[in-house]
Design a protein around this ligand. Structure first.
Ligand code: GMT
Length: 375
């Protein structure tokens, strides 16, 4: 197939999933065309089947808000026509699904029907989409998509709850490339971070409010009192300085390292003993799956789709949002016993294998064929 992919070209989960999916589809022999405003962060390789079409928005002085959605729709019309695409797969409803709808209408005037598949990732529904300003457009563009997928059962349920959706929503969970995300030999790094054999806890995110990064610090402050340990905070975003301040207030600064944005997450996860994800809401929790693939158990909240990934008492533990005491207790429970820790690590990897790219990729391929067939 010739597949167009629209996504946010950033480190965010939806962009990562879209890019990894495109790369894997190209490996399987499909021709994949990315249409975005920047080269996607993980589109870092050359392949004869991968193409990148940049969307550039002219910044005319009249425009207080450059019309990205229109520029994207125009670019999509151009790419679909000239590359003769079979299907457009847009990740994140706002504004990609509505831009795709506009492109689809314009293409009809050229006698072309382009099937559009929209994948919902979470914040496009649970945070941004719920905003009254966007609700009519999100509802309309989901209903006008030829196929709709969601990354968890929970997100599917929320979408039906918050919007007036007439379409079927197919759940296709996020996936992991186990060739990339697997335990790497990084003993020198481990020694540098934890010279006295301390346990290593890791959190990765975009440090937005929804991630409750201050809870990460509060959980760690409890753990470090009981078990010699270090915390690695990976990523960056608006809550970082509040977290740094909290480390000072809780007197844990010397045991916490803020590493900023990192590409080789799998190398950091390879030295970790426990992953913390105390999110307020999380449609899937891709960062937790990445950790599990590197044999790292997860302490998370039970919000959103997290119970569909993290199995309570098996791959880690789940607690209510804000229950830092409970999460701290369970973290200590896992870390205090080497045999128990080893079991949780094995279980985490076994669970991650259920989301192997090789298993999930055909679900997308078959879905594209189904949608194309129907159109
Ligand atoms: O978590 C974020 O803030 C980024 C966000 C995104 O839209 O890129 O991630 C969402 O999509 C990921 C990929 O499907 C999911 O794994 C994340 O759980 C989801 N984030 C939220 O629901 C908060």
């Amino acid at each position: 197939m010739k597949i167009g992919i629209v996504c946010y070209p950033t480190f965010g989960g939806s962009g990562v999933v879209a890019t990894e999916l495109g790369k894997a589809l190209a490996d399987r022999g499909h021709q994949v065309h990315f249409v975005t405003y920047n080269q996607p962060a993980r589109l870092d390789l050359f392949s004869e089947n991968l193409f990148y079409h940049e969307v550039s928005v002219s910044n005319y002085p009249l425009f207080d808000f450059p019309p990205y959605e229109l520029a994207l729709a125009s670019r999509l019309v151009d790419v679909v026509r000239h590359e003769q695409l079979d299907v457009l797969h847009v990740h994140y409803a706002i504004p990609h699904a509505s831009a795709a709808f506009m492109a689809k209408q314009i293409l009809l005037t050229f006698g072309i029907y382009i099937p559009v598949v929209t994948t919902l990732h979470g914040t496009d529904i649970t945070l941004v989409g719920k905003d009254r300003t966007f609700n009519p457009v999100v509802t309309f563009s989901i209903n006008k998509s030829d196929g709709v997928t969601a990354v968890s059962e929970n997100l599917r349920k929320d979408t039906y709850e918050f919007f007036d959706i007439e379409n079927d929503i197919r759940v296709i969970p996020n996936f992991i490339d186990l060739n990339r995300f697997s335990l790497k030999a990084k003993d020198h790094f481990k020694k540098a971070i934890a010279p006295s054999g301390e346990k290593i806890l890791v959190h990765t995110s975009n440090f937005r409010k929804v991630k409750r990064t201050e809870d990460v610090i509060k959980i760690f402050a409890r753990v470090v009192k009981a078990i010699p340990s270090k915390l690695l905070m990976v990523g960056d975003g608006p809550e970082r300085s509040a977290c740094e301040q909290l480390c000072r207030d809780l007197d844990v600064t010397e045991n916490v390292r803020f590493l900023g944005k990192q590409d080789a997450i799998e190398e950091i996860l390879s030295v970790a003993d426990l992953f913390l994800m105390p999110s307020q809401s999380e449609s899937f929790g891709l960062a937790a799956l990445e950790a599990m693939a590197c044999k790292v158990p997860v302490i998370s909240t039970n919000a959103g789709g997290l119970p569909e990934l993290n199995v309570d008492g098996v791959t880690g533990f789940l607690k209510d949002v804000g229950d830092v005491e409970g999460m701290g207790e369970k973290a200590i429970y896992i870390l205090e016993d080497e045999t128990r820790l080893a079991t949780f690590k094995e279980n985490a990897l076994a669970r991650a294998k259920e989301f192997d790219l090789a298993t999930i990729l055909p679900l997308y391929e078959n879905y594209y064929l189904e949608v194309i067939d129907k159109c």
